[in-house]
Design a protein. Structure first.
Length: 106
C-alpha cells in the first residue's frame, strides 16, 4: 500500500508501536521469569536465548512508515498486539495488516 499516512494515522501508529514495544518487553520479562537456571551450562544456554530475544525484538520493531504494516502484522502474530489495538488506522491499512498477519511463513 503506497497511500500516504495521514497525520491522525501517524499519531495512532506511534501509539500502537509504543504499545507493541511495551508488550514485547513484558513478554520477554515473562519468559525470563519462567527460566530455571541450575548449572553453568544452563546459564550459557540462557545467554544465547537472551541474544535471540533481543534480535527478535530489534528485527520486529522497526518504526518506519513503510515497514509498519509488516511490523504490526508480526506483532499481531506474536501476541504483542490484538486487532482492536489497530484503531485509528485507516480501514484499508488495517485490512492490509490483518492480511499480512495471516500469511503462513516457512
Amino acid at each position: 500500500m503506497d497511500k500516504p499516512w495521514s497525520a491522525s494515522e501517524k499519531k495512532a501508529a506511534r501509539q500502537i508501536f509504543d504499545l507493541a514495544a511495551a508488550n514485547a518487553q513484558k513478554d520477554i520479562l515473562r519468559r525470563h521469569s519462567a527460566k530455571k537456571i541450575h548449572t553453568a551450562d544452563d546459564l550459557w544456554t540462557y545467554e544465547l536465548e537472551i541474544r535471540e530475544w533481543r534480535k527478535e525484538i530489534q528485527t520486529t520493531l522497526q518504526f518506519t512508515y513503510s515497514s509498519l504494516p509488516l511490523c504490526f502484522a508480526l506483532c499481531l502474530r506474536k501476541g504483542w498486539l490484538i486487532e482492536s489495538n489497530l484503531a485509528g488506522l485507516g480501514d484499508e491499512r488495517i485490512k492490509q495488516i490483518l492480511s499480512i498477519s495471516t500469511i503462513k511463513h516457512k
